[in-house]
Write a protein that binds this ligand. Structure first.
Ligand SMILES: NC(=O)c1ccc[n+]([C@@H]2O[C@H](COP(=O)([O-])OP(=O)(O)OC[C@H]3O[C@@H](n4cnc5c(N)ncnc54)[C@H](OP(=O)(O)O)[C@@H]3O)[C@@H](O)[C@H]2O)c1
Length: 323
């Protein structure tokens, strides 16, 4: 089969289309013929080496949707022909992937493969952030960075659905328009405006209840400065680079703050939690309450172009690779 693999860490040029053996499903696994593959910022971290690849060649990609082509020994609840999707299992930049059945969710008939691949990783991330990391409700104000990004658009919509008000940051006018459509109450152009000051002004000086920060290096300090006393700094990524080592005393000085660095894996670790989050998101999409934005689809062979665009901040919403 064809797959996009890396033989070493580096820039987008290390992503090469390779012929590798089609996996055969081990016990407890299903072979999935992929129809849509999600591109996520975590793929950049694995490509560059920010997150170490377990071995080389390493097939990138953590998310996909498709059809069960074969089942391994002991798999009884999924069958050939079932439509499935998953996130958090390495090796999806390929025509086929062998995935533990316990990590697969069934895709309802009203949801296309593209939509399923657009929702699993970024959608479940947004879901755990607003429900588990800092459960939002009416009266809360949340700060969401990169508001027009893959996670950003979904996180804004889910936060609004909880009754919270949302302040987002974006880098361009076009992204501001998309963030507004997603429901943001205040949109700050963080390249030219002081988002902490704007967020404070928006909350009449009090500060926001939670800062969901996926940008990291260039925003973490401003996020902390935007929080109310006892507010929560939820750092869930570093698209601008990692946050430098931090003296925990800052949490005292800025008002008994809470800081957490959550990850999707720990929020879908059980079958119950995985299906609860995925099914809740599918239901919201089917009800028309959650809008997906799949603007960028690339042939699998053009994965490098997808990475160039993502890192150059040229993209909005979800990027997919089509095998
Ligand atoms: N912890 C978890 O469980 C988890 C799960 C999923 C994703 N994440 C994290 O969430 C973040 C968003 O992921 P995504 O896949 O949805 O990507 P994305 O938000 O669609 O793309 C990244 C965005 O970050 C912003 N950005 C700010 N500074 C940047 C810089 N120096 N270089 C590149 N981008 C920059 C850009 O938006 P502007 O142009 O508007 O600034 C860019 O579009 C990533 O940090 C990812 O690691 C974490």
């Amino acid at each position: 089969m064809k797959a996009i693999a890396i033989d070493r860490n580096g820039g987008p040029e290390v992503l090469t289309l390779q012929d590798i053996a089609t996996p055969s499903p081990a016990a407890g696994e299903c072979l999935v013929r992929l129809e849509a593959i999600g591109v996520n910022y975590i793929d950049v971290y694995f490509r560059t080496g920010t997150y170490p690849a377990p071995k080389f060649p390493f097939v990138l990609g953590q998310e996909g949707a498709g059809v069960v082509e074969a089942v391994g020994e002991g798999v009884t609840d999924l069958h050939v022909g079932d439509r499935v999707a998953y996130a958090g299992v390495a090796g999806s930049y390929a025509q086929y992937a062998s995935v533990p059945a316990a990590r697969l969710v069934r895709v309802p008939s009203g949801i296309s493969a593209n939509d399923a691949a657009a929702i699993m990783l970024q959608g479940m991330t947004a879901h755990y952030l607003v429900n588990s990391t800092f459960p939002l409700g009416p009266g809360h104000v949340a700060l969401v960075h990169a508001g027009a990004g893959g996670v950003g658009l979904l996180l804004t919509q889910l936060a609004k659905a909880k009754g919270a008000r949302v302040v987002t940051t974006v880098s361009t006018e076009e992204k501001a328009a998309l963030s507004k459509e997603a429901g943001a109450d205040l949109i700050v152009h963080y390249l030219t405006e002081d988002f902490s000051a704007k967020a404070r002004e928006f909350t009449a000086g009090r500060g926001v209840d939670v800062a969901y920060d996926s940008v990291g290096k260039t925003t973490w300090e401003g996020s902390i400065n935007a929080l109310r006393p006892r507010g929560t700094f939820a750092l869930f990524g570093g698209s601008s680079g990692p946050v430098p080592p931090m003296d925990l005393q800052i949490l005292n000085a800025k008002g008994s703050l809470f800081a957490t660095r959550p990850s999707l894996a720990h929020h879908v670790a059980t079958r119950e939690e995985l299906t609860m989050r995925a099914e809740s998101l599918f239901a919201s999409v089917l009800a028309g309450d959650l809008k997906l934005r799949v603007e960028h689809t690339y042939p699998l062979a053009d994965a490098a172009r997808a990475h160039v665009d993502l890192e150059a901040r040229k993209t909005t919403g979800k990027l997919l690779l089509i095998p």
